[in-house]
Write a protein that binds this ligand. Structure first.
Ligand SMILES: [Cu+2]
Length: 120
């Protein structure tokens, strides 16, 4: 394992996000860099707007903590769409639960036999 989640990178170049589909682990950060000659921007759906504009050479880093997916577009060119998916944190190595044996159930007394029915 590295020291921490690695950083994912999305380049904005030639009027496209690359990659357009990103899968990362929770806690991982993503850096978008504007590698185009024109200003772009980031707008996350369902969330506060991202940086706009992103001038050529600018970058923006964001950490995604929770699992889920997020769609985003270029704030200046809404036809540039992309999506990121955040997986939940990989489960720690599951420990085998050492189950202590259940205490023996006290053997219940047999239901006392009814005395022979007798009639007065
Ligand atoms: Cu753009």
């Amino acid at each position: 394992m590295a020291d921490g989640p690695s950083n994912a990178h999305v380049s904005i170049a030639n009027f496209a996000f690359a990659p357009t589909e990103l899968v990362m682990d929770a806690g991982q950060s993503v850096t978008w860099s504007s590698d185009d000659g024109a200003p772009h921007g980031l707008a996350f759906r369902n969330e506060a707007q991202g940086p706009e504009p992103m001038l050529p050479g600018a970058d923006f880093t964001r950490v995604f903590d929770g699992p889920g997916s997020f769609d985003y577009v270029c704030a200046a060119h809404a036809y540039l769409t992309a999506r990121g998916t955040v997986r939940s944190s990989p489960p720690r190595e599951s420990r085998l639960a050492v189950s202590s044996p259940a205490p023996p159930v006290a053997a219940g007394r047999e239901h006392p036999q009814m005395a022979d029915h007798w009639q007065p």
